[in-house]
Ligand binder design. Structure first.
Ligand code: BV8
Length: 253
């Protein structure tokens, strides 16, 4: 089947879907200039693998190195703006009866694009919390030689993200599982489908009767199981799909 015919079939499914779930990964932010999670890191971070920095053990071993890595990523994200893929999901949410957006991303670009409700499975790099009390801290004194300390208890501060080996936020995961159990169409967008338990959501949806579409640059472990596979940039594919739904023949009434 051609990409065009697969896209037409997916558009037909989107037109009749009652509950669409979209799960996004860092690939959806790539066209905003934010490196994907597994892109080779640049500059002084090029010698580190993200998996080896995004862990409690790495932070315990070298809190300043990990804190500085997040500062570098926050600065990259601060310079980024949502792209057409983020905006297409905002529009799609307005076209279907029920829409749930679940993201693995920590960059906050879906919210910046105008998505009203985002389930953040892996937290958000723009939020900082106390390592001990786990409460969000808004202000702190910077220190040149170490991560800042909590103004309440003196513990280290850390980014409010889920590190490898840490459980996902209970509320976010149960909201995601609830939507996955009820959806009839699941879109996996810009993710390598490697990180668990997020990577299991697509097949979880399929097991309860949903169709699964993958929109991704490269093939992934999900690709052989997806009902629709569109290979390419999310910033090109999603806007075209959504535009056709809005403008095309037998557009949703
Ligand atoms: C947990 C926040 C348990 C931090 C991240 C089985 C079950 C449960 C756990 C495991 C399991 N097997 C292994 C595990 C452990 C681990 C795991 O999954 N490891 C992997 C590496 C095998 N999972 C965990 O540790 C999770 N915790 O399970 O805890 C537990 C329970 C109770 C008590 C204690 C413990 C926690 C995982 C969360 C880790 N944190 N991020 C930070 O960001 O610093 S994950 C990180 O990966 C990011 O959030 C990222 O979003 C996510 C997934 O990566 P992708 O988004 O897919 O990015 P990637 O670069 O890989 O791929 C991008 C894709 O986009 C590519 O395919 C590319 O082709 C495509 N692309 C590029 N450009 C475009 C594009 N597509 C379209 N358009 C484009 N323009």
């Amino acid at each position: 089947m051609t990409q065009q015919s697969i896209a037409s079939e997916l558009i037909a499914a989107l037109r009749v879907a009652s509950h669409v779930v979209a799960l996004t990964g860092s690939g959806i932010s790539a066209e905003s200039g934010v490196p994907t999670f597994r892109d080779a890191q640049t500059g002084l971070w090029s010698k580190y693998e993200p998996e080896e920095l995004a862990t409690p053990a790495a932070f315990k071993r070298n809190p300043k190195l990990v804190w500085d890595w997040y500062t570098w990523r926050r600065e990259l994200i601060a310079a980024a703006a949502p792209n057409d893929a983020h905006r297409a999901l905002v529009t799609l949410a307005e076209q279907v009866p029920h829409f749930t957006l679940i993201t693995q991303n920590v960059d906050g670009l879906h919210q910046a694009a105008g998505s009203p409700s985002v389930i953040e499975l892996h937290g958000n790099i723009q939020r900082t919390k106390c390592l001990t009390e786990e409460i969000i801290i808004e202000q702190w004194d910077e220190h040149p030689d170490r991560p800042p300390h909590c103004p309440n208890c003196g513990s280290c501060l850390r980014p409010d993200v889920v590190w490898f080996g840490e459980p996902l936020p209970t509320a976010a995961l149960s909201q995601a599982l609830d939507a996955v159990g009820r959806c009839d169409l699941f879109l996996s967008v810009g993710t390598s489908a490697l990180v668990q338990p997020a990577a299991s959501l697509a097949l979880e949806a399929q097991s309860t009767g949903a169709q699964v579409a993958e929109i991704n640059l490269q093939s992934t472990p999900l690709s052989p199981y997806a009902d629709f596979v569109l290979r390419g940039q999310a910033g090109k594919i999603l806007p075209t799909l959504v535009r056709t739904i809005i403008e095309g023949p037998s557009a949703r009434s």
